[in-house]
Design a protein around this ligand. Sequence first.
Ligand SMILES: [Zn+2]
Length: 139
Amino acid sequence: MDDCVFCAILAGRVPGSVVYEDDDAVALMDLYPVHPGHVLIVPRQHVTDLASCPGDLAGRLFALSGKVAPAIVEATDAAGFNVWTANGKAAGQEVFHLHLHVLPRYEDDTFGLRFPKGYPQEATRAELDAMAGQIRSRL
Ligand SMILES: [Zn+2]
């Protein structure tokens, strides 16, 4: 993908600060870190998002995040970490080449997802069963 910044980094056309690399993926520093130590796990293969990623590769990416995260926590003296990926613009995806964020976290660091107004409100069993059926029928 000529216009993909992650493909450009992987090809060496754009600089990246590499933490780890293997045949499947590269772990590199996010250029716009939420906190110092914010790392991205990027597959070498250009896949748009998690939904279009072969399952075996997705598993290896997730395993790599679990390998890198403790090193980030140790290097940054963080209190914990998040691993997440955005799928689609509405979810906050900005680069359409799958990547996992590995983000060190601190108590009261003010970063986080915002719950919608009125949350939490417990769903009924009937609502949950109906939605489970809708999803199950598409798997
Ligand atoms: Zn790409």
